[in-house]
Design a protein around this ligand. Structure first.
Ligand code: C2E
Ligand code: MG
Ligand code: MG
Ligand code: MG
Length: 276
């Protein structure tokens, strides 16, 4: 434990790495505590029809209300939940919560909204996921066609054949499959032709400059046309202004999600949004 060894350690393992590690450890603690104490909750972000501008569904987005750290973003705690394996139970909870909430909302409002739920690759690769999904549908009595599973391309790194079979099994239950963050992963075009996919979500990074950069406009136009030719619906995520909306209208994107219409809302406010 000489001074020298200490100094060497510091060079190999620098301050920012250390900060990151202790932040991760802190979040893992907060996450465990949040799960035990029911401090995890869902927000719901409206998805509107590009034609009517009316809400046709929403995406469920996880949050943690921590006494020590305030509201935690999923971009921070989901990777830690995945690394620790906590995502399996946490994801199953989110699926159940989103389905139960939506079943109640449909019963109250009479509007057949769809709920989109993000599914992590860790959940997807567990043999028990199909049973969890079937149980949740059975127990909540949500009409299966009102549920859409959002899966990212990067989570499909294992055999395309296995993933295609898995997706077909989901679809036999009646649920829909959306490919999330489209364009940011690998072999996007391969997935489009080989996977049974209902919906494609164009990633926000393409939408950001869609009105300012001609190349991004062409990419969006091409993605939308390609998807439609393959009988796949298209949703744009991260739409923030009317210039972006104009272009997406022009190319007949089907659904829009973004701050232009609404930020993610709590369960009370999404009810109000739905009532108009
Ligand atoms: P995502 O699935 O791509 O979700 C869309 C993200 O974009 C959300 O961030 C949403 O709040 C944000 N967003 C939507 N419209 C706009 C906009 O107009 N401007 C900007 N700046 N942002 C917008 P959020 O809620 O922080 O979630 C981040 C990511 O965390 C999600 O990306 C998803 O990958 C993951 N995530 C969230 N909830 C869950 C969950 O329940 N399970 C799993 N496995 N992952 C989740
Ligand atoms: Mg998503
Ligand atoms: Mg997304
Ligand atoms: Mg995204």
């Amino acid at each position: 434990k000489s001074k020298d060894t200490g100094r060497n350690k510091v060079t190999l393992f620098n301050k920012s790495m250390q900060d990151e590690l202790s932040r991760s450890a802190e979040i893992l603690e907060v996450l465990r505590h949040a799960i035990e104490n029911h401090e995890v909750f869902l927000m719901y972000q409206p998805q509107v029809s590009i034609i009517s501008k009316e809400i046709i569904g929403y995406e469920a987005l996880m949050r943690i209300q921590s006494k020590t750290l305030g509201i935690l973003s999923p971009t921070e705690f989901i990777p830690i939940a995945e690394d620790s394996g906590l995502i399996v139970d946490l994801g199953a909870w989110a699926l159940r919560e989103a389905c139960q909430f939506t079943k109640n909302l449909i019963d109250e409002s009479g509007v057949p909204v769809t709920v989109s739920v993000n599914i992590s690759s860790i959940q997807l690769n567990r043999a028990g996921f199909f049973t969890t999904l079937a149980d949740v549908l059975d127990q909540t009595e949500l009409p299966p066609e009102c549920l859409e599973l959002e899966i990212t391309e990067s989570s499909l790194l294992y055999s395309m054949y296995d993933a295609a079979t898995l997706f077909k099994n989901f679809q036999t239950l009646g649920v829909k499959i959306a490919l999330d963050d489209f364009g940011t992963g690998y072999s996007s075009l391969n997935y489009l032709t080989k996977m049974p996919i209902n919906t494609l979500k164009i990633d926000k990074s393409f939408i950001d400059n869609i009105a300012a950069n001609k190349k991004d406009t062409y990419i969006a136009e091409t993605i939308i046309r390609l998807a439609h030719n393959l009988n796949i619906h298209v949703i744009a995520e991260g739409v923030e202004d009317n210039n972006q909306l104009d272009i997406l209208e022009q190319y007949k994107c089907d659904r829009i999600q973004g701050y232009l219409f609404s930020k993610p809302l709590n369960s009370k406010d999404i009810r109000l949004y739905l009532e108009g």
